[in-house]
Design a protein around this ligand. Structure first.
Ligand code: ARG
Length: 467
């Protein structure tokens, strides 16, 4: 490289024309983004190739210069990928690192590449391309997680477990139904990802510094060469806008919240007290002092990653909130938040997919728990409405008395004698016992979206068609 050091005080070779000396070392340190934006090298080179090709097509640069530029950029790409490229902090960012190297490789023709563009539209382009690819990757990962849940739901469509509200036993549900709740949640995340891709699918290149350019560029040509639906429509907005990054972070924060709730349930379910699931060895760890322990560390870390991702969203919202149009250097702080959130989210989805696929469902424990805590009390009340013609409120009250009686006798509702039940309401007959089992309870809940195994299987089929 022409200059691989960071302590040189000569003025910047890219914009230093009006400067007599270079930046103070602290200025360079606060200003440089190469430490993190080198991650955008492939997008930067792709964007520059498309831009140069368009410039030549429009007769703004010669075909020979374009060929040199494109060839030089390809060389730089392989230098970076092989690790041979030397990044320089003195050259601030990825854009100027690439362009300076291009000048070394091809000479003066390199100076024509930056015609009709600015780093403001260039960075908007690179970052959009990166975020778009990351959203596509997120969509694939979410699809894998949904697939894992569909398999477990199918396997356990009829396995009864307690359903909770307030984490108190509420009504029996099936484990398949519970899995399908997560399918819905991650399905919404996937559709938010798709929406975000749809909205960001506009090409910023050609907005130049903020006002557009007088060169006869063709922004539709670069847009389609780079796989965007169309070019952006307002050059000021184009270089000011980081909504696509904020949207990525919002989508990530919501998905992370879902992952965290799942992680929390895995932590609870895998305690000896609940014992609903057993985690595989590959997704748990031991304790250095307590030999009996098997800790759900992966789930705990997924739960914790939510904090980082939420932090990144709030950080970028805060960076953007007071900025006048158009570009301000504050916006350079966008990338690390997105990179960090993306890495955390990818890891969290992958870890959860593995855990869901590997965990052992302890159906015996779930079923035993489902029958305790008077979970079929609502079924008794519904029976009184249906068979004895009671208004629901009266049935609710009578059932409450039955629960109190069972509690006093330390037994379950189904263990009360017919005599006991009749003392609560004379119309109760032996047929009531049919609705007091957990299997009967879940099988009866056939309303659309309900927990009956038949309904769960119907929802699984609906999702399989859409995956
Ligand atoms: N490194 C800068 C960023 O990430 C590139 C854009 C610089 N533009 C400028 N006018 N200084 O935002």
């Amino acid at each position: 490289m022409a200059d691989g050091t960071s302590d040189t005080r000569s003025s910047n070779q890219m914009w230093g024309g009006r400067f007599a000396s270079g930046p103070d070392a602290i200025m360079e340190e606060i200003n440089a983004s190469i430490g993190f934006d080198k991650k955008l090298y492939a997008q930067d080179i792709r964007g520059s190739k498309a831009h140069a090709t368009m410039l030549a097509h429009q007769g703004i640069i010669s075909a020979e210069d374009k060929d040199k530029i494109v060839h030089g950029l390809d060389t730089i790409l392989s230098e970076i990928e092989s690790g041979a490229f030397e990044f320089s902090r003195h050259l601030e960012d990825i854009h100027m690192n690439v362009e300076a190297r291009l000048a070394e490789l091809i000479g003066p023709a390199a100076g024509r590449l930056h015609t009709a563009r600015s780093r403001n539209d260039q960075v908007a382009l690179d970052f959009r391309l990166w975020v778009k690819e990351e959203l596509q990757k997120t969509e694939r990962l979410l699809t894998g997680l949904i697939g894992a849940f569909l398999d477990r739901a199918e396997e356990h469509a009829a396995a009864v477990m307690p359903g909770f509200t307030h984490l108190q036993t509420a009504q029996p549900v099936t484990f398949g139904h519970h899995c399908m709740a997560y399918v819905e949640m991650f399905g919404r995340d996937r559709s938010r990802v798709r929406d975000a891709i749809e909205r960001l699918d506009e090409s910023p290149i050609g907005a130049a510094a903020l006002a557009g350019t007088g060169y006869p560029i063709d922004r539709h040509m670069t847009a389609s060469a780079l796989g965007f639906r169309e070019p952006t429509r307002n050059s000021i907005d184009t270089v000011s806008d980081r909504d696509f990054a904020l949207e990525f972070l919002s989508v990530a924060a919501i998905a992370a919240t879902h992952l965290s709730r799942l992680a929390e349930e895995i932590v609870i379910w895998s305690t000896p007290q609940f014992g609903f699931i057993r985690l595989s060895d590959s997704f748990s760890t031991g304790s250095s002092i307590m030999p009996q322990k098997k800790n759900p560390d992966a789930a705990e870390l997924v739960r914790a990653k939510t904090g980082r991702i939420n932090g990144s969203l709030v950080a970028l919202l805060t960076v953007m909130k007071g900025l006048p149009l158009a570009y301000s250097k504050d916006m350079q702080e966008d990338k690390e938040q997105v990179f960090d959130a993306a890495e955390s989210l990818e890891l969290a989805i992958a870890a959860m997919t593995g855990m869901v696929r590997d965990l052992t469902v302890r159906t015996d424990r779930m079923k035993a728990a489902a029958g305790s805590g008077y979970s079929t009390a609502t079924d008794l009340a519904d029976w009184l409405v249906r068979e004895a013609g009671l208004p629901f409120r009266d049935a609710h009250h009578a059932t409450g008395r039955a629960v109190a009686m069972a509690e006093a006798k330390s037994c379950e509702l189904a263990e009360l004698s017919l005599e006991d039940l009749r003392s609560i309401h004379a119309s109760i007959s032996a047929r009531v016992y049919d609705v007091l089992t957990v299997e009967a309870s879940v099988a009866s809940r056939t309303s659309f979206g309900g927990t009956a195994p038949s309904g769960v299987r119907q929802q699984i089929a609906w999702w399989r068609e859409r995956l």
